[in-house]
Design a binder for this molecule. Sequence first.
Ligand code: HEM
Length: 545
Amino acid sequence: MLQQTKLCIAAAAGILSHNLIFIRNEHHIQAPQLFRSFLLLSLFLFIGEARIWALSESSQAARASALIVLSYSASLFTSIAIYRIFFHKLRKFPGPIGARVSKFWHVGKLLSQPNFRVLDELHQQFGDFVRTGPNEISIRSPSAMAEINGPGSKCTKAPFYDLLLPRTSIITTRNKSFHDQRRRIWDHGFGAKALNQYEPQVNHYTSILTSAISQRLGTPLDVTSWFHYLSFDLMGQLSFGKSFNMLATGKRHFAIDLMRDGMTLLGLFTPMPWLARIGFSIPGVASGWKSMFVWSDAQMRERIDREDDGENNDITSWLINASRENDSLEADRSWLNGDAFGIIIAGSDTTATTLVMLFYHLALDPSQISKIRSELDQLDANPDARALQSLPHLNGAINETLRLHPPVPSAGLRESPPEGVTIASTFIPGSTVLCLPVYSLHRLPSCFERPLEFIPERWYSEPELVHDKGAFAPFFQGRFGCVGKNLALMEIRSVTAALLSRYDLGFAPGTGRGEAVERDMGDQFTATPGRLELVFTERNRKTEG
Ligand code: HEM
């Protein structure tokens, strides 16, 4: 009888804790503490059962306390499920029943498919607004990007960005005024003057890649790896003032492997930041990721301590100099550490993925190479960034690549303001997580004619093939939009021009038509293309039409 009373009290506590605590506010930041408290309470319960009720057998005490914990958990989760299915503010939005109940449904899906494909299938099944989690709506509407991220929007970054707290950076901060302050400093680092100063670095790393390829002509080259070597080396230079030397050695740097470790976890647990925070708090879990932070902080310490030559040759120098001018170098340390790491994450995978997918399309359709070459052949032998910026087919091909394979295909979660927001004429209640599935948006037939085809001309001579330009947002837009867009485009144009001017290319024997690169595409916040092997040969001008 006494045991039954305890079970009833535990069940009541489950319902109460849901309705009084968990239903309100965000709890992902305290998730590790809550989890530890839960384990501790269960332990105390067990000790209490063993001592107070003088149960002689410890197995009896374990059974009694386990039943109490089970009763609490069962009523807590039943209360949560009933609420989420029948009473939640998002109950009217369509979506799979599993997603309404728990984000575990989403994580389960990610075990077998990348997020951008999961979301695309959901939109095909349920339409433009899909409830993809208890408190999340995915919106596939061309106007959504501007309405959520454009001027005047009150939407903020979603709880996902708290994943790495207390580490902070421009990319992860959810505090609008902190973000605005940092963004002003960052914007200086990407102005016209700054970009001119980075151009020689971009050209330098492009020429190292070109000569690495010249030593490997006629043999299969894993360009997925080599374009990553290039972008990581360049971003290492622009953030820590030194390269990872991957182009020179032809090998991955250990720090990049550590980072990849963390990104894999990040990709899987994007839908459940609270679970990821519990995971990160367990010693031994994501140890590579933690070692990467230690390594990256040490690089930044070295970079700051290095004598300043007064030149702003890299992105970090703009950030450090701003802190020096404000006399806040020490106070800003955690921002500087986070931002330097952010440059590597935000600037490397994204640019490399674009290059890989662009060269995949060039190999699929060599007529694209001829069209770009006919533009390049009108320029000097080593055209500068400004000249490349004006070539319509080259830039059309880059846009088409970014449209079909956006490097940030499903991330960039936002949160609606407490009073709610109207998007594409649909009211979304307050504090809802908003997902913008850019991959699906970019393939909407209502926005792009022949949406699955690679047609660079749609961006210059055939504008009728674009019905709604607002649907194209590989860099997002507004205050949280990509600050590095112009640098990324400079890098992509420079590498493409240098390689196409010198080399012919084709798929490596035995790799078909490079299907693996799309088939094995992952989504770990940034897209990670599969292996693409190409064979480069000296350009044969005689065979050109
Ligand atoms: C093709 C290449 C690139 C693409 C497609 C791209 C795309 C994006 C997207 C979609 C966002 C918004 C992400 C979010 O809200 O979570 C973003 C933010 C950002 N990107 Fe890029 N990016 C590229 C290259 C770069 C490069 C080269 C840098 C240089 C460091 C960079 C630095 C950043 C930073 C710092 C942010 C955060 C901006 C803020 O919150 O104010 N990106 N990028």
